[in-house]
Write a protein that binds this ligand. Structure first.
Ligand SMILES: [Zn+2]
Ligand SMILES: [Zn+2]
Length: 403
């Protein structure tokens, strides 16, 4: 086991002391730093060319948005399904969607999972929530010892809403959850669902610690897709759910510092990519999604400080098709998101970089709070099954706990 409280507590405590002495922003100092490293503040807006996880202190008034997944349900190693990770200088962290495949990119950042307890789902397509249970269990195993909160829309009928999704997941993974209960912190195994009316228009979904998250409807496949805004410290990030261009986004995304919105492949490129006929590709690209020219029109009207397009698999041909479409109608600040693109946002500056991560990473260290959290009712196989242990093997004696 790697649980060694004395070693884990020291770097964070030292960082906090350093932060207090130097007067540098303290939020990052409370993060879970890799052993042997001290994160540094960014001086005079001079960011390194690449983002190396856990090496930079987030400024007290700064927001960092990391695209964990930007692709499609058909994934590639470089484009998994949708997820955005938002970190604030006050220490708060949020996930917007956690689509299938996104979890590996989150783990590659080695975050402090004790702080990631809020997921906001735009809708219940697998490319937006497919890694939800993987995230629940993975983060519970890796440092989260408080309940996980899932915020998400209702559906046209109760069984199509977020609460029903969570109940279904709990049922489907009953065996998994039961095996870990008692071995992992009790409270970390709980999911608290916050379902809200998908038709609500810019109403508050979450408000705490100076952070306000609002939602509004999106137009996509069935009722029950939404977009979100997150406002904090005079900064506004908008996470657009899958949608046809809609009037609510045009109204409520106004004033966004970073406005993300889907930017799907245009019909011809989509048809070529999937081998579909042009009618089907045109329907998908321009009726239930937003093709590049439509995305460009949205952004040309909204004029955010940075427009972020996502939701396609990038290739040289696809990139050209997307950029041609967007640039035909929008010439403002633009980032077509790729997995592990990092956006730092302050009042003065917006910096877009790529993260550099290892393919092989250790799980992050856990906090003393995680180690001490109560674990009750540990489970084991029945006597009937245990009686089948092969006598030809004797395991080594159990060391004392904590050694
Ligand atoms: Zn969708
Ligand atoms: Zn989607």
């Amino acid at each position: 086991m790697r649980l060694q409280p004395s070693r884990m507590a020291t770097p964070a405590a030292a960082g906090l002391v350093a932060a207090l002495i130097l007067g540098i922003p303290s939020a990052g100092a409370r993060d879970n730093l890799p052993r042997g490293r001290t994160a540094s503040p960014i001086v005079d807006g001079e960011y390194p060319a690449s983002f190396f996880p856990n090496t930079e202190l987030l400024g007290a008034g700064e927001m960092r948005i990391t695209a964990l997944g930007t692709g499609m349900p058909n994934q590639t190693k470089r484009a998994v399904s949708i997820s955005y990770y938002v970190e604030l200088g006050n220490g708060d962290k949020f996930l917007f969607d956690v689509g299938s495949g996104a979890l590996g990119n989150l783990f590659s950042l080695r975050p402090d999972f004790s702080k990631i307890d809020k997921v906001f789902a735009s809708h219940l397509h697998v490319d937006h929530v497919g890694d939800f249970m993987g995230f629940h269990v993975g983060s519970w195993l890796s440092g989260r010892y408080t309940p996980l909160h899932l915020y998400g829309p209702s559906g046209a009928t109760p069984e199509l809403g977020t609460a029903a999704f969570v109940e279904g997941m709990k049922t489907a993974y009953a065996w998994d959850i039961a095996t870990r209960s008692g071995a992992l912190p009790d409270a970390g195994g709980q999911i608290e669902v916050h379902e809200f009316n998908y038709l609500q228009e810019n109403e508050v979904v979450y408000q705490k610690n100076g952070v306000t998250v609002r939602s509004w409807p999106a137009i996509h496949s069935l009722d029950g897709s939404v977009s979100y805004s997150l406002e904090w410290n005079g900064l506004k990030y908008v996470f657009g759910g899958d949608t046809f261009p809609n009037k609510w986004y045009m109204q409520f995304a106004k004033g966004a510092d970073v406005a993300s919105h889907e930017c799907f492949l245009p019909p011809k490129a989509l048809a070529a990519y999937f081998g579909w006929d042009l009618a089907q590709a045109t329907y998908v690209s321009t009726r239930i999604h937003t093709e590049p020219q439509a995305f460009g029109k949205v952004m040309a009207t909204l004029k955010p400080r940075l427009a972020v397009g996502y939701h396609s698999v990038q290739s040289p041909e696809n990139n050209a098709a997307i950029m041609d479409g967007v640039r035909a109608v929008y010439d403002g600040p633009l980032a077509i998101a790729r997995d592990l693109m990092v956006i730092n946002v302050t009042q003065q500056d917006i910096k877009v970089r790529m993260a550099t991560v290892d393919d092989y990473v250790l799980p992050p260290d856990v906090t003393p709070g995680y180690i001490k959290a109560p674990r009750t009712d540990r489970k084991s196989p029945s006597k009937a099954v245990l009686s089948g242990k092969w006598e030809g093997y004797t395991p080594p004696p159990m060391p004392k706990r904590g050694q």
